[in-house]
Each structure stands twice: as C-alpha cells, then as structure tokens.
Design a protein around this ligand. Structure first.
Ligand code: TYD
Ligand code: MG
Length: 444
C-alpha cells in the first residue's frame, strides 16, 4: 500500500525538504535543524490559483491584449546603472530580491531608490529616525519618503491595502527581520526570525501582495558567508528578479549583478562607487592620475556582461629571498595568474622563479575575463624592467592592452573586441595590435 505523506521535514538551515526526520540534515549536515510541517501548510505556490472544475477555459492568445508588455508597466529607477541591470526599469507588480553581504550598501542604494521615486520603506532593522538621518545625509527629498517600522508582513499588507496604489515602490529591509504571525514573541507557527520557513512564507506573502496591488517590492536579503541568501536559495524561484550587490567592503566599488530576470537580460552589471554622498554610477574604474604610464601599471578594458569598462592592472615583481617565491593575485583568478607567470618566464625570459609576483586590479573588483591577460603580462614586465609602458596616441597617454595570452605566448583577440576598442578610443587611448607577448619588449 502506498503511504500518503502528511508532513514534511524542512531544514531550517538550508531549506531542503525531506520525507523523514533525522538528527542531521542530509544536505547541509547541520544538527537539529529539521522541523516538521504539515504538507498543507507547505504548498505555497498554488494558493489563489485553485479553480473549481467546470470553469476550465482555454485562452486564445490572439484575444489577449498585449498589456503586460507595454511600457506603461515599466518605469525608470532614476538611477541609470540600476535601470541597466534591471533591463529597462522596474516592472509594476514585480518582486526583486536584492541580496548582498551585510554592510555592502543595500540599504543605502534602496534608500536612494525610494528617495528619488517616492515610496514606502519598510524598516525591519532600523528606526525611522535612522532612516531619516540617512535620507537627509544623502541629500534626498523626504517629501514622498514614507517609513513603516514593522516586522510583520501582515502589517505591510494592511498598509498597502489601506493606501491603495499610492506607492509604486516598496522596499522591505530585510527579509530576515520579517515574520508571519506574532511579532510580539518573535516566533510564529513557522519558527522565529530568519528561519527558512519564515523567510519563505514572508516572501510568498510579499509576492502575493505585489501581484495583487501592482506595487513593485524590493526585498533585501542578507547573504551569509557561504553565499546563500541566508539559507534559502529557495527564494530565487519565487521572485521575478534576483540582484546581487557585491564588492570589497574595504574598497569603494560595488557591482550590481543580476542572476535571474523574468523581464530582461541577466548579463548586465551596474558599477557604483560608495562615498559620503552614497552610491553613484561609475563609467570607468579608478584610473589613477592623468593617463600617464607608470612602472608596473597597464590599462585594459574588460567586458562585464555586455558593457565594457576600463580598468588598471598593477603588478609588483620583486626579487625574492624565500625558497618559494610569493604569488599574490587579487581580483584575478589564481590559476590564470600562475599560468601567466609561467608563460612570462618561458616566453619573455623573466627569471620569475626568484621573484615574488603581486598582481592586483585597482578598485578591488574581480575580473574574470581573459581579455586582461596581455595587460597583466604588460604590468608584470613593466615592473620587472622598472620602466613604464610607452605612451602613445596624439595625447601621449598610456595605451590599452587587450588580448588573451596562450600557453605559447601568442596574443589572441577576445570576445567584444570591437566594443572594447571603441571604448578605448572614446577615452583617447590607442590599442596596439599585438600578436605575441614578445612584442611587449618594443613597448617597454
Ligand atoms: P548599508 O547600506 O547600511 O549596508 P547594508 O544595508 O548592505 O548592510 O551601508 C553600510 C556601509 O556603508 C556603512 O558602513 C556606512 C557606509 N556608507 C557610506 O560610506 N556612505 C553613505 O552615504 C552611507 C549611507 C553609508
Ligand atoms: Mg541595511
């Protein structure tokens, strides 16, 4: 006889579901994390869609108006890097998960979003006074900036129903501080703050609210060290768009990436710079000085999604007194760095076995693009020779080195070549055509 499952065990740490209880979660191995739930409570995605038999109808697409695709349903964030990442802008009634490590600047950017467009900021973590301070410090208008201090998803629902389409944007900061059920004790039937089930149910309710009221809801989610949105990767399929806000906390650059987008491309990135005045869009990254070449520095253009961006690579090649010379690569892949060191040794004849090599990308961003190989090689060679790369062009500024380096030291064209070249020229730089890294000797 088939056994009918009536309960399910959900891990509070990773969110996976199991038919049987066990002391240790079979997936994430955390102890005492499985919690029992009745199945009926667990069927989140189907609610509201139940239909009685007899009302089944087949819809003819030819008779459905193109409503959902009109531009009326999309509006700008008034922040161009943000629009770029979302596709065109914000889609009414959509839900965006805005994830990132604590302290990276999520609240800052979303405060700017509400400040520029008007909206409701649901403060689960901070007080209205703190948000007021931030709004004023960022020079934003407090006029259409409303704050709701609550941890209750039900209260958000009540406010949205009461205010009936006053808001176009609602920010919920953060999902880890939201609760369905009693906010007095901090535990509902679904567990306490931040538990996978609270997060999941809260998100589900917010998605329902967005669809019902047509407001766009931005849900802030703190990401844990492991990179999960505090437990539930599960949220990703419930929302329309998932954005990740990343960067080195010590540095001031932030990258906004989209990892899921029901309404647009997923290969766009936005680049922001954090200052006292908040986050502002950046076109090109940290090119120190006036464009003069410096020893150990090379300029390149990387592709992030479909956008091209100028970055500076710096290298320091110094004699080593250790039995094992040091290799430190920051912002580029370790293996790629080692490979380029080996090619430099073999093809350019640099005796790197007795040199420490440090390479970094300025601004603290991470580039994952073989188009920077030539610049990494150029920066290392320049540091080794203690001479800057020869300047060129009408204005006599540092050239841009673009190209992938093969194991034999050949230099190959890379994806997005035309776009990169155009960007370089727009910035008044020359892009020397190089076929082999041996030619770096003429440049340095
Ligand atoms: P915050 O937006 O609170 O991060 P999150 O919501 O992701 O946890 O920003 C955190 C840091 O940003 C904080 O250390 C202060 C800094 N910051 C600035 O440098 N400039 C600013 O204008 C603001 C508002 C914050
Ligand atoms: Mg915050």
């Amino acid at each position: 006889m088939k056994k009918i499952l009536e309960t399910v065990f959900v891990c509070n740490n990773c969110g996976n579901e199991f038919a049987k209880w066990s002391g240790q979660c079979p997936t994430c191995k955390s102890w005492n994390a499985l919690q029992e739930f009745p199945i009926s409570n667990n069927q989140f995605p189907i609610k509201g869609k139940k239909r009685s038999l007899g009302k089944i109808e087949v819809k003819k697409l030819s008779e459905i108006k193109e409503e959902n695709n009109t531009n009326q349903n999309v509006f700008s964030t008034q922040i161009s890097e943000f629009d770029r990442v979302l596709g065109k802008g914000i889609v009414r009634g959509s839900v965006v998960l805005f994830a990132g490590e604590p302290g990276i600047g999520k609240s800052t950017l979303l405060t700017q979003l509400v400040g520029k467009n008007g909206g409701l900021y649901v403060a689960g973590e901070e007080s209205a006074e703190q948000i007021n301070l931030r709004v004023r410090r960022l020079g934003l208008s407090p006029e259409r900036f409303d704050v709701l201090e609550t941890n209750s998803v039900e209260e958000i629902g009540q406010v949205l129903e009461r205010t009936n389409n006053v808001y176009k944007i609602v920010v919920v900061d953060s999902i880890q501080t939201m609760l369905v059920g009693s906010t007095v004790t901090g535990t509902g039937t679904l567990g306490s703050f931040g538990s996978v089930n609270q997060i999941r149910e809260s998100t589900f309710r917010l998605v329902e609210l967005a669809k019902k009221t047509g407001v766009a809801i931005f849900i802030v989610g703190h990401v844990t060290k492991e990179g999960d949105i505090a437990g539930p990767k599960l949220l990703e399929h419930m929302v329309d768009t998932v954005l990740y806000f990343e960067g080195e906390k010590k540095g001031d650059l932030r990258i906004l990436r989209v990892s899921k987008n029901r309404f647009g491309p997923t290969d766009e990135v936005g680049v922001f710079q954090m200052s006292d005045a908040g986050l502002s869009g950046v076109r090109n990254l940290n090119l120190s000085g006036s464009g003069e070449s410096k020893v150990g520095s090379a300029i390149t253009i990387v592709m992030e999604g479909t956008r091209s961006m100028m970055v500076e690579i710096q290298a320091l090649v110094t004699e080593s007194f250790a039995s094992m010379p040091t290799r430190v690569f920051s912002g580029i892949d370790n293996n790629r760095g080692r490979l380029l060191v080996a090619v430099a040794q073999k093809v350019l004849g640099m005796p790197l076995w007795k040199y420490d090599v440090y390479v970094s990308v300025t601004g603290g961003i991470r580039v994952d693009d073989t188009g920077c190989d030539l610049a990494i090689m150029g920066a290392m060679y320049s540091s080794f020779k203690e001479k800057p790369i020869k300047m060129g062009g009408a204005q006599g500024i540092a050239p841009v080195l673009i190209g992938e380096v093969s194991l034999l030291g050949e230099v190959k064209k890379v994806r997005g070549w035309e776009k990169r070249e155009k960007e370089a020229k727009a910035m008044g730089r020359v892009v020397p055509i190089i076929y082999s890294i041996g030619e770096l000797k003429n440049l340095i």
